[in-house]
Design a protein around this ligand. Structure first.
Ligand code: KIV
Ligand code: ZN
Length: 388
């Protein structure tokens, strides 16, 4: 995993951090169905669950381990022996198992969650990594609430867990607190100050409490992180996690970043719908990449521009994310060009004079409706204008 410095590994946690959301719980067979689609999408790691949390979650990790071939199957634990024993047991059928263990790194968590000290917490982290290492080679350590942790202490912790055998170190902005430049600087600080950093991959795991999860993830990648932890549709605790489809499409759209993933983005739209239906979490219409309106143009100026050349108003080809084509929505804000486009699609031959007349009548109807559909156009044209 350590070879290509520009390859970004995609760690999907839809089935763990995403599934923690109330109302989003899935059955084991639903999880397997989604995991198979994540495998087809090309993710590198699937976080399958938190096995000690319930027999159902344990069973899901077992079944995913059996069903999935290519991606690493990862199980979450806290930094204690029982969690790690249970996780190792749940991963026994995994072709490529990973244990994801960790503990709080911010003074807030150390004091108010663990009622402990930095020294004790650091030791517990190191012990957990060493204990997990008895079971599997691939150990990811998470420094919870790293976003608010003191950088010097964080660097000490990262160095110690790598020395103990961690292959990946996750720097979560658990509370979605950081600004992109702060988070990027935190990753850079670790890259510059952890002496054995070349022995592990740094992973970014950002929450979206301030709407900055994707921006922070990209800032982390720009500063040396090589793994991004994300969920489909950005689902997850509170305001959610980083959206997988956004990260993949940003890296692809901005070639100057010189980073690439193994993701086949053509699966995005279908997978987004599947996750939304199974988890009963509607996708907001203006959601980047996969929202209903992500490739829909409704104002006259934009419609005219996109009909002249798609790239005037589209930085992504909709086919690249599994959407057949962009939509030109007819509303009272549409112009003649969009109206003509739809009438021609329906088989009408329209000349300039005729178009002016039809457009006037169209506006009268459009002012009374949110959107003009084909039926409305057919009615509008029932004055005898000939069709092809
Ligand atoms: O947000 C977080 O800190 C987490 C860890 C458990 C990895 O989800
Ligand atoms: Zn999280």
């Amino acid at each position: 995993m350590l070879h290509d410095p520009n390859r970004i590994y995609i760690f999907d946690t839809t089935l763990r951090d995403g599934e923690q959301v109330p109302g989003c719980q899935l059955t084991t067979s639903e999880k397997v169905e989604i995991a198979l689609r994540l495998e087809a999408l090309g993710v590198d790691v699937i976080e399958a669950g938190f096995p000690v949390s319930s027999p159902g979650d344990f069973n899901s990790v077992v079944e995913l381990s059996k069903a999935i071939t290519e991606p690493i199957i990862c199980a979450l634990t806290r930094a204690n022996k029982n969690d790690i024993d249970v996780a190792a047991d749940s991963l026994k059928y995994a072709k490529r198992p990973r244990i994801h263990t960790g503990i709080g790194a911010s003074d807030m968590h150390i004091k108010y969650k663990f009622n402990s000290t930095r020294e004790d917490i650091l030791q517990r982290g190191v012990d957990a990594v060493k204990y997990a290492k008895k079971y599997v080679e691939d150990i990811e350590f998470y420094a919870e609430d790293a976003g608010r942790a003191d950088n010097e202490f964080l660097a000490q912790m990262v160095e110690a867990v790598i020395a103990a055998g961690a292959t990946v170190v996750n720097i979560p902005d658990t509370n979605g607190y950081c600004l992109p430049d702060q988070y990027g600087a935190k990753i850079k600080y670790l890259m510059d100050h952890v002496s054995n950093i070349d022995k592990a991959i740094i992973s970014v795991h950002c929450h979206n409490d301030l709407g900055l999860a994707t921006a922070n993830t990209i800032a982390g990648i720009q500063n040396g992180a090589r793994q991004a932890e994300c969920t489909i549709n950005g689902i997850g605790e509170r305001a959610g996690n980083t959206s997988l489809e956004e990260v993949a499409m940003i890296l692809r759209t901005h070639q100057t970043l010189n980073k690439h993933t193994n993701i086949n983005s053509k699966h995005f739209y279908e997978l987004s719908g599947m996750v939304s239906r199974m988890m009963r979490m509607p996708v907001q219409p203006n959601k980047a990449i996969v929202g209903k309106n992500a490739f829909a143009h409704s104002s006259g100026i934009h419609q005219d521009g996109v009909l002249k050349h798609r790239e005037n108003y589209e930085i992504i080809n909709p086919e690249d994310v599994g959407i057949d084509q962009s939509e030109i929505i007819l509303t009272a804000r549409s112009g003649r060009h969009a109206l003509k486009h739809h009438l021609e699609r329906l088989g009408y031959v329209i000349d300039k004079i005729n178009l002016d007349d039809v457009y006037e009548r169209f506006l009268t109807v459009a002012d009374k409706k949110k959107e003009i559909k084909d039926d409305d156009l057919l009615l509008l044209m029932s004055d005898g204008t000939e069709r092809n």
